[in-house]
Design a binder for this molecule. Sequence first.
Ligand code: SDX
Length: 428
Amino acid sequence: MANTATLEIDGQRHEFPLVKGTENEVAIDIKSLRSVTNGVTTIDPGYKNTGACESAITFLDGEKGILRYRGYSIEELAEKADFLEVAYALIFGELPTKEELDKFHTDIKSKSVIDEDLKKILESFPRSAHPMGVLSSLTSALTAFNPSSVDVSSPEAMYNAIVKLLGKLPILVAWTMRRHMGLPLEYGDSSLGYIENLLKMMFQKPNEEYVQNPILVNALDKLLILHADHEQNCSTSTVRIVGSSHAGLFASISAGISALWGPLHGGANQAVLEMLEAIKEDGGDTKKYMAKAKDKADPFRLMGFGHRVYKNFDPRAKIIKVAADEVLGDLGIDDPILDIAKGLEQEALNDSYFVDRKLYPNVDFYSGIIYRGMGIPTNMFTVMFALGRLPGWIAQWREMRLRKEPIGRPRQLYVGETQRPFKDLVNR
Ligand code: SDX
């Protein structure tokens, strides 16, 4: 393959370097495009063909259904690692030694306390507020209580900001859920593991000893690993671009939480459950919903299906589908919603509309079924996605800052009015 790409504009030829990644992906480096062509730029709504950065964190191949964090396959990580190990590998690049992992967890636990005044912000929300809006607000508010976390110019300051967020976000997640459910806000227990501590904070009843259930611990650990990173998705791109202005880590993550909230992105796991519930209420009539999904006049989409990058099975969906059967079976739950989901999947996989468009179940299609089996409220599902995605967001933000990337500022193609004289009010 030549190592340049040629562009001809108005009879003038321009050469641009071709750059190749470690997985043999090829990109055209157009950094000089505007200057050598006297202002010509590109246009690519949704950035479907445009790379925003070079990254060494996550590789995915949408055609082959491959997903790797720092070179490790998602299948191996889900099977053999725990969430904190995966978080460490995503953020720092290598799987930790036991000493490194123990120190990482100790440092996180040392920051796992939240200023009591933050509860006043939480309690100012109506209990009906959507947990994603609450979590995004509380995460941004962390800056007010930890102003030193904005300047990350030293490695120590960056590390401290990171472990502070990994220590405090699980508390905010648990408190957001408990506020919504009208339960007292509980702290966990620093003698517990990261997941065990989270479950205790979420589910501890005020009048009972919390008894850990290893089924829930393993299921949640695996789910958070599967959500931990996904290269330059909508919310991660948001974290990177907000962070590129050197707004602090907490503000950048708060923006990512807001982006994830949307039903086309992380909000889909909640929308999938609501869709499956509607189908169940409708007598399990999946064909009606398949028809709605294919009807261009109907805005309804089959939630949990399709993906910007995966044009094959989402490898995470495969793992979660198996886990859903296992977890519900272990918990002794017979949830008809799971059967409806499987029926819908089978119908879609044999329907030309979906097959022609390469629409397969994505990470959100089965995850909510497990969260529901664990007793997590439906509108908390995307909050769980956010907690899983936290280490990926942090890793991507850290990579962007360490690489000293420029502030993100895309160009545009102006299609509005050309210059025209002001018209006085009396003449309009
Ligand atoms: C996540 O990017 C990431 O990595 C995201 C994520 C991560 O880990 O960060 O993987 C997490 O966000 C998963 C996606 C969750 N969202 C949903 O499940 C919502 C339902 N799916 C979609 O709305 C859609 O598939 C997207 C948003 C996921 C992808 O949209 P694209 O890539 O912009 O594709 P498109 O909208 O251009 O669709 C192509 C065609 C269109 O039909 P035609 O115009 O060609 O006739 O497929 C159709 C679409 O109408 N289509 C669907 C559909 N998804 C796409 N039709 C019905 N149901 C669907 N779900």
